[in-house]
Design a protein around this ligand. Structure first.
Ligand code: ASP
Ligand code: MG
Length: 381
């Protein structure tokens, strides 16, 4: 294991000049961070999708106003953080690229997933350009390199849900990343994007920047992968619904994976695969309060039975409410007890694993069931 850290900053952590400055502070205060992985600024990926759709509809007015919004947003940030003149020049090239793709779609009234991936990539390329320049300004002793993630994150050609090619990623990381793994260097790069073997831009799936950070972490055998967001870690339930949700200090890979795949939005579901392969801890924390702690995900399992979180997953005709924890298969009466606590609520046992117990809810509103499940978690366990 190397001693280096990979730090990923999500869209909310780079949403404006102040957020970028906070994120840059995190990097300044963590001398082991060698690779900084940046998402597109908040909502930019959606806006790029709207650009494509407006062009497809032939709605030129909307297309132009969307492009203008993107230009304004990024120019404003560049002004806020006193970007160097060459950043404005580079941004202009990226704006031209958006316009060029927009015009091509407008002309054909259609776009392919491959084109969308190229368009998506501009979001991360704009934000990483801004952040790399800011870090260079703030850390004058450091050699800051803006790395095009597409030169390292090699993938299949499944546009919009590309599969990373682990061996090739390692090979390219050896050439392009390893030389920078020393205390005087920082690499700033993009999350979410990669390149296939034909040289076309690909993406790992919406919200895929966490996965990129984990892949870089795996390639350099990082000591930790940090995911910086706007909440202090992974919560015991969705804090927007359950107001007394608590942040969980530690989770095992299996618990966190179960939580991500059973409806919690905090980590991209496949993020933990590369880190688990190399046994690298993943820390999730808030760039608004970097010293405020967060959740650490490791291979460590708690010794005893424990319920830690509840989540809900909406399927087409039903929802699944799940309790996540450890050694759940050891608790003999767990399923019966939980059903009892739910009382009259229409829940039906669905599945039990060592880290999750799930119930199916048919024809009922999700929010009250999730609230009830969280109440059971807090009061009975
Ligand atoms: N920018 C991409 C998205 O919004 C990827 C990410 O932020 O994780 O889906
Ligand atoms: Mg995100």
């Amino acid at each position: 294991m190397s001693k280096w850290t990979v730090a990923k900053f999500g869209g909310s952590s780079v949403k404006d000049g102040a957020a970028m400055l906070r994120s840059s502070n995190v990097v300044e205060n963590n001398p082991d961070i060698r690779i900084v992985v940046i998402s597109a600024t908040q909502n930019t990926t959606n806006q790029l999708e709207f650009v494509a759709r407006a062009a497809q509809r032939g709605d030129e007015a909307t297309l132009h106003s969307l492009v203008n919004e993107l230009v304004q947003k990024h120019n404003n940030i560049a002004n806020e953080i006193f970007s160097s003149p060459n950043v404005f020049t580079e941004l202009n090239f990226l704006y031209d690229e958006i316009k060029f793709i927009g015009d091509a779609i407008l002309k054909d009234r259609s776009y392919s997933p491959k084109m969308m991936d190229l368009l998506y990539s501009i979001g991360e390329r704009m934000s990483s350009l801004l952040v790399s320049d800011l870090i260079r300004l703030r850390m004058p002793g450091m050699k800051v390199t803006l790395l095009d993630a597409r030169d390292v994150i090699k993938t299949s050609s499944d546009y919009q849900k590309a599969e990373p090619q682990i061996d090739l990623i390692l090979e390219h990381a050896k050439e392009l990343v390893f030389p920078h793994l020393n205390k005087d260097s920082i690499i700033v790069t993009q999350g979410f994007i990669g390149k296939d073997l034909l040289g076309n831009t690909t993406t790992l799936g919406r919200e895929g920047s966490d996965y990129s950070a984990a892949l870089f972490g795996e390639a350099i055998d990082a000591s930790v992968v940090q995911i910086w967001t706007d909440v202090p870690g992974i919560a015991s339930s969705d804090p927007r619904v359950v107001t007394d949700a608590k942040f969980i200090p530690t989770l095992s890979y299996d618990e966190a994976t179960a939580l991500a795949s059973l409806g919690a939005k905090v980590l991209f579901p496949t993020t933990l695969l590369p880190t688990k392969r190399k046994n690298i801890p993943v820390f999730v924390g808030s760039s608004l309060d970097p010293k405020g702690g967060g959740t650490t995900v490791t291979k460590e399992q708690d010794e005893d039975f424990k319920l830690k979180a509840v989540s809900i997953l909406q399927k087409k005709d039903y929802a699944i409410v799940s309790f996540i924890g450890c050694h759940l298969d050891r608790a003999e009466s767990l399923v019966e007890d939980l059903k009892l606590y739910f009382g009259e609520s229409p829940v039906v046992f669905y599945d039990l694993t060592s880290v999750s117990v799930s119930f199916k809810i048919i024809g009922s509103e999700n929010t009250p069931v999730l609230l009830k499940a969280h109440e059971i978690l807090v009061k009975k366990y």
